[in-house]
Design a binder for this molecule. Structure first.
Ligand code: SAM
Ligand code: SF4
Length: 465
């Protein structure tokens, strides 16, 4: 499969060409971005290269506007579920790497997966991201299919179940993608880690993952074999962040051109310290908080319709700022070790894939999100109604997705408040719902949302647009 859509020379050429761009050029690019048609990699280079604080503030402001226009005030929540930490790869930055002999390895049993799911449901989550290392011997593909069934089968004491499972597992081959396309999964995600070939080679010295092209063409195989929604990402800190952002834009353009829809999500993890992972310490290309803020804003302007995911790798105060700059999905209450949620309840020390910096409970995060005026959303509506792939993008582009996002955010928040929230959060959340209900522009959608909320108060669940 063709993997030459990442043009390293062109990316370097633009990074060089647009050093210290003047404010007029930056303004032109921002005005173009406000038309919501995305940006080219040359445009992105201009924004990424500016060091002028006034210009950077203008970029932030535009990113906020673009996000608000497309998604409104909702922030979708999910929790990761690690089912195995066996791995035959040796990614130099990861605590699960094969050469880390100090970690205890495990693949959860089906019963343990059910228990973990219960732990996640009891935090109010409806979306799970299922992850594992890459090792077929201790964690074969068949096991993965059974694990998916196990997660969907669990009901908590309120009668709620997981409604959408996204997956982040090693690249599959054509046949495996055909199989996986037949089961109920949401987005399939794989991060390229670094798009820079030479750095990639250094960071992935052995195992299947050492093949750059195999990993880069993962989404081509996924989309050619029946999957609709794919997620991409780069692990920031391995190479120049400007290069990675521009490469992700090239990757998005490639998918859009060839499959009618760009990536459903983009993730922007930064490398965190991990045990026995040499490349996770003393990073040559460490990305500062200000650089992370800028790159999130530039991505929001460059690929306006793509969901952008932020994990609990980042600390609370920074997460808060990034919500305003384009983040549309966040994890909360996360554990990155298999069995971590069950352990969390017995308060044992965990042994995760890397260090987490936002260790607050889901409840605390949700209250904080409400206080900032965002709607914590547990919505899974689009996926369940088949608004996926190109169909999702076709509705997102004329600004229609917001029509569903806002009310579905409010109804799923009401479910959360009724079923799981403490009194303070309930009060704050219900005030937010009242305020946001009034702001729904379409009268019939507003009335229907009110009707859904009444029905939820009377015990019904899972009502969505
Ligand atoms: N093993 C699969 C893979 O590598 O694609 C599944 C996902 S892996 C469990 C999830 C992601 O964690 C990796 O793609 C990588 O970007 C990220 N990761 C690994 N080590 C990390 C570290 N030290 N800090 C932050 N993120 C890390
Ligand atoms: Fe394995 Fe994924 Fe960690 Fe690499 S990043 S060592 S593939 S779990």
């Amino acid at each position: 499969m063709n993997s030459n859509f990442i043009d390293e020379n062109l990316i370097f050429e633009y990074i060089e060409k647009y050093q210290n761009p003047d404010s007029k050029l930056v303004d032109d690019v921002i005005n173009k971005a406000l038309e919501l048609n995305g940006l080219s990699i040359a445009d992105a280079a201009i924004l990424l290269n500016t060091k002028n604080q006034d210009d950077i503030q203008k970029i932030y402001h535009a990113a906020y506007k673009v996000k608000d226009e497309i998604y409104g005030k909702r922030l979708v929540l999910f929790a990761p579920l690690y089912v195995s930490n066996y791995c035959s790869n040796n990614c130099l930055y990861c605590g699960f790497r094969a050469d880390n002999k100090e970690i205890s390895r495990t693949t959860l049993s089906i019963d343990q997966i059910k228990e973990e799911t219960l732990g996640i449901l009891e935090q109010g989550h409806k979306r799970v991201l299922m992850l594992m290392g890459e090792q077929h011997k201790n964690c074969p593909t068949d096991f993965f299919f059974d694990a998916i069934d196990a997660v969907y089968s669990v009901k908590d004491s309120k009668g709620n179940s997981i409604r959408r499972i996204n997956v982040e597992i090693a690249p599959l081959n054509d046949e495996e993608f055909q199989r996986i396309s037949q089961i109920k999964i949401g987005t399939y995600t794989v991060f390229q880690e670094t798009y820079h070939r030479e750095t990639y080679k250094f960071m992935h010295p052995s195992g299947k993952k050492s093949d750059y092209d195999w990993r880069l063409t993962t989404m081509d195989r996924a989309l050619s074999n029946g999957l609709h929604d794919v997620g991409i990402g780069a692990l920031f800190g391995l190479f120049d962040y400007r290069f990675e952002v521009m490469a992700m834009i090239q990757h998005s353009e490639h998918l859009d051109k060839n499959y009618g829809a760009g990536p459903h999500t983009i993730s922007i993890p930064r490398v965190q310290p991990a045990n026995n992972a040499p490349a996770s310490h003393h990073l040559k290309y460490a990305v500062s908080d200000d650089e992370l803020k800028k790159l999130v804003a530039v991505l929001r302007l460059s690929v306006p319709y793509t969901g952008m995911i932020l994990s609990t790798r980042e600390p609370a105060h920074l997460r808060t700022q990034l919500f305003d700059l384009g983040i549309s999905q966040i994890s909360a209450g996360s554990k990155t070790n298999p069995g971590g949620y069950k352990q969390a309840f017995s308060e044992k020390v965990d042994e995760g894939q890397f260090t987490l910096n936002d260790c607050r409970s889901s409840g605390e995060i949700i209250q904080d999100v409400i206080k900032q005026g965002f709607i914590p959303s547990f919505c899974t509506g689009c996926y369940r109604l088949g608004r996926v792939g190109q169909d999702f993008m076709d509705q997102a582009k004329p600004g229609l997705i917001k029509i569903y996002c806002q009310p579905n955010g409010l109804t799923t928040l009401r479910e959360y408040l009724n079923d799981y929230a403490d009194d303070d959060t309930k009060k704050l959340g219900n005030e937010l719902i009242e305020k946001e209900l009034d702001l729904i522009p379409n009268e019939s959608v507003k009335e229907k949302t009110k009707e859904f909320i009444d029905r939820i108060d009377n015990g019904e669940r899972d009502l969505y647009f």
